[in-house]
Design a protein around this ligand. Structure first.
Ligand SMILES: Nc1nc2c(ncn2[C@@H]2O[C@H](COP(=O)(O)OP(=O)(O)OP(=O)(O)O)[C@@H](O)[C@H]2O)c(=O)[nH]1
Ligand SMILES: [Mg+2]
Ligand SMILES: [Zn+2]
Length: 336
């Protein structure tokens, strides 16, 4: 994937604009803070973040439109926070509680930006159309491995294929199941019972990722009959109107747990992660690394390559090695 680099001047310009916004916002926040009476601090969950606007759900399930106090970092969807009401349906966030697993990706300047916090599962959604990208899938899996969370590969839109097509698609992803990744196949359009696929969501805080058009938002809609109501509530809370759907949003599942829909993750790519993290991210290849004849083996044409031997023995799928080599080479390119 080409890495889009902005020029120094472009980055400076963006930062100037952001600084101006921050100043403006800080004035607004100060004004709000001045009005905070002696209200009781409460714990809440960030369900939407849109720029500086946060929708925070309280323990009773009510959503409040909040601004964040300066210098508390950048709360994101899924963050547990401390907040205080400032008026009906409004409040100010005064602290972000310690985070669990975070999914982040590089911003325009290559710095890691958190997308969602306190995740326990990454759900990679794919479909016959748009054509699945194993390269993208593998990058999500590397991220999930390093976050230490569960993963689920969810193939949707199976109604688009005939029987042979379905078998072929499952077969094409069978090597992921063979290395321990849970996979499930469904059609949100045709299946009456979604539970064989969606039972893996209960109790988890899952972020849905995957190419545009694979059916992430449709899954939320199917799982949450009251989604529209929630969206209206969130929209009122954030003042975002219908555009809430374009921001990362956290939905409470009726069976317990949360689903996070993130349109922003479509163009996911790994940041400048250390090589060791990349290696750990390939659970099938990792055991063979360090066992090649040459310490700096690239697992290409070198003799006595333990990884190539594993491929030859059918223990590592060649496509996985291809992705690994590609990602390792691009990390090297960045470092140099
Ligand atoms: N044929 C078929 N179409 C589906 C199915 N599930 C969803 N779709 C359609 O696929 C299209 C895209 O679905 P979305 O849920 O918006 O996809 P998304 O992953 O949220 O896409 P982005 O928000 O752009 O990242 C919609 O027109 C859905 O109606 C399915 O099981 N079968
Ligand atoms: Mg969507
Ligand atoms: Zn090797």
């Amino acid at each position: 994937m080409p890495r889009r680099r902005l020029s120094e001047r472009q980055i400076e310009r963006i930062e100037r604009i952001q600084e101006r916004r921050r100043r403006h916002l800080s004035e607004r926040t100060q004004a709000v803070l001045a009005e905070v009476e002696e209200t009781q601090p409460q714990e809440g969950l960030v369900v939407v973040r849109h720029g500086a606007n946060l929708a925070v759900e309280d323990s009773a399930g009510q959503v409040h439109h909040c601004l964040a106090r300066q210098n508390i970092g950048h709360p994101v969807c899924g963050d547990r926070v401390v907040w205080q009401p400032t008026g009906p349906g409004q409040g100010v966030v005064t602290a972000v509680l310690p985070r669990g697993a975070v999914l982040s990706r590089p911003d325009y300047a290559g710095r890691d930006k958190a997308l969602a916090a306190n995740l326990t599962q990454v759900v990679v959604v794919l479909a016959p159309k748009p054509e699945p990208s194993e390269y993208l899938l593998d990058q999500y899996l590397v991220a999930a491995e390093n976050m230490g969370v569960a993963t689920l590969i969810l193939g949707n839109k199976m109604d688009l294929l005939d029987r042979a097509g379905r078998d072929a698609l499952r077969e094409a992803f069978a090597h992921y199941a063979a290395i321990g990744y849970r996979t499930a196949w469904l059609s949100l359009r045709e299946d009456r019972d979604l539970s064989p696929a969606t039972r893996h969501l209960a109790g988890h805080t899952s972020i849905l990722v995957g190419q545009s058009g694979v059916g992430k938002s449709s899954l939320i809609q199917a799982r949450l009959p009251h989604r529209e109501i929630q969206i209206v509530r969130l929209s009122q809370a954030t003042g975002l109107g219908r555009h809430t759907t374009s921001a990362t949003t956290c939905y409470r599942l009726p069976e317990g747990g949360y689903l996070i829909d993130s349109p922003g993750v479509r163009s996911f790519r790994l940041g400048d992660i250390p090589l060791a993290d990349l290696e750990r991210g390939f659970r099938d290849i990792a055991p063979y690394l360090g066992h090649c004849r040459f310490a700096n083996c690239r697992h290409e044409q070198e003799p006595d390559c333990a990884v190539k031997a594993a491929v030859a023995e059918g223990k590592v799928h060649p496509a996985r090695l291809a992705t690994f080599r590609h990602l390792a080479a691009s990390l090297e390119g960045r470092a140099g």
